[in-house]
Design a protein around this ligand. Structure first.
Ligand SMILES: Nc1ncnc2c1ncn2[C@@H]1O[C@H](COP(=O)(O)OP(=O)(O)OP(=O)(O)O)[C@@H](O)[C@H]1O
Length: 208
């Protein structure tokens, strides 16, 4: 496939001990919000898509089958941004490419010198936004977001949503976005999947 063409993520009869099998085609640039009560299996579904949890059924990225792709190569393309980020060095900058342009810090309401900070001083909201920037600083084809604004105040949440939507529209990644906030779902989603009693159902946006 041409590198500039948007990818398609296809789930075929994806299921697990927790979830009844379901299928979905997600095109480049589409945001699918994944909702459901706490413990319904949203994070585990994202982990299955990232090949971090066993599952039934198949996941395809264009013509690549997840099961036939080495896990580390799959995860380079299918980027999971977990709810809680991991940091492997003391300095923020060490987690970014050497030639990273820190222009986006401002867009996310972060200080322009945040790259020079120690990870140990980061607030939970700063950590969350820097983890998001870091995840998008390296090439990817599919984006999986687990409650990307969970630690943020309402104004910063809107900023982050706006920035994410711009990035997604520009790069045309298929996106699965776990959200609890109904208003956020209404603002960002092209489609919504709800997990209820182990069943995954598609809801029409604006239907609640
Ligand atoms: N490794 C595991 N082994 C067994 N059960 C697990 C494992 N990880 C999570 N669970 C359980 O699976 C269920 C779904 O967990 P998951 O983290 O996907 O929920 P969630 O929908 O993302 O919840 P929340 O909205 O609270 O983050 C929970 O009951 C959880 O305790």
């Amino acid at each position: 496939m041409n590198a500039s063409q948007p990818s398609i993520l296809r789930l075929q009869q994806l299921g697990s001990a927790l979830l009844q099998p379901f299928s979905l085609n997600l095109r480049g640039g589409e945001i699918c919000c994944l909702t459901g009560t706490s413990g319904s299996g949203k994070s585990r579904l994202l982990r299955a898509l990232a090949d971090l949890e066993p599952h039934q059924g198949e996941v395809w990225l264009d013509d690549q089958n997840q099961q036939q792709t080495p896990a580390h190569l799959w995860r380079l393309q299918v980027r999971l941004v977990p709810a809680e980020s991991q940091w492997w060095s003391d300095e923020v900058a060490d987690h970014f490419p050497a030639d990273y342009d820190p222009e986006d810090l401002k867009a996310l309401g972060l200080s322009s010198d945040a790259m020079e900070w120690q990870v140990s001083r980061l607030s939970s909201g700063e950590k969350q936004r820097l983890a998001l920037l870091r995840a998008l600083a390296f090439p990817l084809k599919v984006l999986l977001l687990d409650e990307p604004t969970a630690n943020l105040d309402p104004a910063t949440t809107l900023r982050v949503e706006h920035w994410l939507k711009q990035q997604i529209a520009r790069h045309r990644w298929p996106v699965v976005w776990v959200a609890h906030d109904r208003e956020q779902v209404q603002r960002v989603a092209d489609l919504e999947l709800v997990i209820q009693d182990g069943e995954v159902q598609e809801m029409l946006i604006g239907s609640d």
